[in-house]
Design a protein around this ligand. Structure first.
Ligand SMILES: Cc1ncc(COP(=O)(O)O)c(C=O)c1O
Length: 364
């Protein structure tokens, strides 16, 4: 049995005629940057999330970068975030000359632990970036309350893995000052290349972000800010528009497959994801904790079952962040989870037979 970690080819076969025709329309219109496809995708994103403004951009990384730029974050500023995430979350903080202040995660959700945030706030704290990891939102109400109490610190949800998830019935990306997502091909809503989006209900921030992602232009060749080239291509917008039409069905399938994994693995010697009652997860990753990860990966690999590790080294122990002067032991939960976590094949196209085979292999 040949199992894909994520089956993007099956998804293309499913929507091929719609995607092909949308892409060909872009080619024949020659409207490659901006235009109707992008506008319509942004409107659909806003409707989907309920956010007033949805702004397409070049990647999840750039969505985070542009958000921090819009908030004027730079040298001397501190941004609170989690060390148990993909590097982009903290990379953009460093890129702007600001400092990441890490806070450990909750042992069940693997998201930043709100009860530890307040102790990390200083006069220099200019933003908090919770990450909604693996497709489950961080405890955004608790985080927003803390931020509000401390002079309304802006909260940026790194929703690069959680587009489509809900928190207390509200959509991820529309839970705080700004939400950022990624359309990297393997994400729940994936483009055929890089892409991302920024969400906010704040008119001023939205207008500034739109300028920043287009070289800070407010009019053609008039530059109000130093910006970047951070636009989303029309081809990607056209493809994403097709996938967004079918997204609810895919989210439902992801939920069923994720829950089925957890049911089947209930009696196995592994820790399955714990989804809080307030949340629905899009299972961007279905990640379990195992005692002997090397052995489990080797066992599955011998049966041709692909796995991945998200993420083996927490950010405070990465060489790139050695200037932050953190040590081993500083964030014990992140360190423990990093040493045990592994992700199993997950996509709406994973069949029950494939899933049974994977579960048997884990238990065997
Ligand atoms: C939590 C998180 N943040 C940021 C990113 C960056 O997104 P992109 O790859 O689109 O730049 C990713 C993507 O892997 C991610 O998982």
């Amino acid at each position: 049995m040949k199992i894909n970690f994520i089956d993007l080819q099956a998804q293309y076969r499913e929507y091929k005629s719609e995607i092909d025709s949308e892409v060909l329309e872009v080619f024949s219109s020659a409207q490659f940057i901006g235009g109707e496809k992008l506008n319509s995708f942004e409107n659909n994103l806003a409707t989907y999330t309920g956010a007033k403004h949805a702004i397409g951009c070049s990647s999840g990384t750039d969505a985070l970068l542009l958000s921090l730029m819009a908030l004027d974050i730079g040298h001397g500023d501190e941004v609170i975030t989690t060390p148990f995430t993909f590097i982009s979350t903290a990379e953009v903080i460093a890129f702007l000359g600001a400092k990441s202040v890490f806070v450990d995660i909750d042992k069940d959700s693997y998201n930043i632990d709100p009860s530890k945030i307040e102790a990390a706030i200083t006069d220099r704290t200019k933003a908090i970036i919770p990450v909604s990891l693996y497709g489950q939102c961080a405890d955004m109400d608790a985080i927003n309350d803390i931020a509000k109490k401390h002079n309304d610190i802006p909260v940026i949800e790194d929703a690069c893995q959680s587009f489509g998830a809900t928190y207390n019935g509200k959509k991820s990306c529309n839970l705080s000052t700004i939400g950022c997502t990624s359309f990297f091909p393997s994400k729940p809503l994936g483009a055929y290349g890089d892409g991302g989006a920024i969400f906010t209900n704040d008119d001023e921030l939205a207008a500034k972000i739109r300028m920043l992602l287009n070289h800070g232009q407010n009019e053609r060749y008039k530059h109000k800010y130093i910006g970047i080239n951070g636009r989303l291509d029309a081809v990607q917008a056209a493809i994403l528009n097709v996938k967004l039409r079918h997204f609810d069905k895919e989210v439902q399938l992801r939920d069923e497959i994720g829950s089925r994994y957890s049911d089947l693995l209930e009696d196995a010697d592994v820790v399955t994801p714990k989804i809080a009652e307030s949340n629905t997860s899009v299972y961007a990753q279905y990640s379990i904790r195992v005692k002997d990860r090397e052995m489990m990966i080797a066992k599955l690999s011998a049966l041709d079952i692909p796995t991945a590790v998200h993420y083996p080294v927490p950010l405070h122990l990465q060489e790139a962040f050695k200037n932050l002067n953190y040590d081993e032991g500083d964030f014990p939960i992140s360190e423990e989870v990093s040493s045990q976590i592994m992700s199993l094949p997950m996509s709406p196209y994973l069949t029950e037979a494939e899933q049974d085979f994977i579960v048997q292999a884990i238990k065997g």
